[in-house]
Design a protein around this ligand. Structure first.
Ligand SMILES: [Zn+2]
Length: 381
């Protein structure tokens, strides 16, 4: 079931990636993330969870029970891998747009040698927290959370899902992958990788993945203590989605975990649980933002098509069309830092000499702030 990405979706996405302002409602929701150490220890205590093991099934039942407790009805998506079976666990929070979905993925299997507290207990408990917190909210875009099986054998569960389970009537706006988010005990865990699609096969989904990942990095800056670092998507469950042309992004820890990776020491005691909680807040804020949970679209986010940035991409100047009185212009880089604030009069040229090539957000507002527009500006030299 190959998914075709509709032009309309691209238009729609471009509307909401343009609108990134701090939202107190999102910030308040992130305060509902629990201390997660108990969940991590419960996951770890099942031991290694390779495909075909009783521990994998016990972990599946544990996850299913949690989702049921939160009020969901999990669906088990069974698939064959050699002589074994494995299973994806799927829950949904339906949106008001019936066929539009964002998918959040986090595999729950581990390699044979490892209890996988970080890889990928950290991702699993993130999906549990997000599921609990969004249960009674009302998204515009549906949120589908999938815990994949058999990731460690080459994304077998996510490949099965994309090829056999995903309905052709579903429009997937974004796949957010969560894999190894837990940080490393004793190391600097202040940064987090935000992963974009840099794979050229196909190329068609790369620009939107970049925009989504820029947006994700801005969300991390706005709602967590972490510093986002853009990196390339690599070797996890987003790969089968990317291969079919869908838009992907992901989170992955930045600090080095190689001493414990795929080993018996992948334990909660070797992670940084405080840093994990920050990543969960970021994943939750991204879910609320991308799914447009109720109340999150303010009047300040109205996009006005009467004004354009010309030229765009720009070199050393740009102008704003159809301005009849002075406006305030704020330019932000993709980390969310304001790099320029100035008043602009009709026909003014706005200088860009001091800014590097790259992607920026331009916000334009009138004196009373009644009107506000956001747009992307590319500086290319
Ligand atoms: Zn993993």
């Amino acid at each position: 079931m190959q998914r075709v990405f509709h032009f309309l979706n691209i238009f729609f996405i471009s509307l909401f990636v343009n609108a990134q302002v701090f939202n107190q409602v999102i910030a308040d929701e992130t305060q509902r993330v629990d201390s997660v150490i108990n969940l991590l220890v419960e996951y770890e205590n099942f031991g290694p969870k390779p495909t075909g093991s009783p521990a994998l099934v016990e972990t599946l039942e544990w996850i299913v029970n949690k989702y049921e407790y939160y009020g969901y009805s999990p669906v088990i998506d069974t698939f064959k891998i050699g002589s074994n079976e494995s299973y994806n666990i799927i829950i949904e929070k339906q949106g008001s747009d019936l066929n539009q979905w964002m998918i959040i993925g986090a595999h729950y299997d581990s390699v044979e040698e490892s209890p996988g507290a970080n890889d990928n207990g950290s991702g699993v408990i993130t999906t549990l927290q997000v599921a609990r917190i969004i249960k009674d909210l009302n998204p515009k875009i549906g949120v589908r959370i999938i815990n994949f099986g058999a990731e460690e054998q080459g994304f077998i569960g996510s490949s099965h899902y994309v090829k056999n389970t995903l309905s052709s009537s579903d429009s997937i706006l974004l796949m957010l992958n969560l894999d190894q988010l837990g940080g490393t005990s004793g190391k600097d865990n202040s940064k987090i990788y935000c992963e974009r699609d840099n794979d050229i096969n196909p190329l068609s989904n790369n620009v939107l993945s970049s925009l989504m990942t820029d947006t994700l990095s801005k969300i991390i800056s706005l709602y967590t203590d972490l510093i986002p670092v853009i990196s390339d998507a690599y070797s996890s469950d987003y790969v089968p989605f990317e291969n079919e042309g869908m838009i992907i992004t992901g989170l992955y820890q930045e600090s080095d975990y190689s001493d414990h990776y795929h080993s018996s020491t992948d334990l909660v005691s070797n992670m940084d649980v405080d840093a994990t909680v920050e990543v969960i807040k970021g994943a939750l804020a991204a879910t609320l933002y991308f799914s447009r949970m109720d109340g999150f679209v303010s009047v300040n986010e109205i996009v006005d098509h009467h004004h354009e940035l010309i030229p765009n991409p720009a070199n050393n100047y740009f102008t704003i069309t159809n301005i009849t009185s002075p406006v305030f212009v704020e330019i932000c880089d993709m980390q969310g830092s304001v790099v320029r604030t100035q008043q602009v009069c009709p026909n003014d040229q706005i200088e860009l000499f001091d800014l590097y090539s790259g992607l920026y957000t331009v916000s334009i507002s009138d004196q009373s702030k009644d009107f506000r527009m956001h747009s992307k500006l590319i500086i290319a030299r």
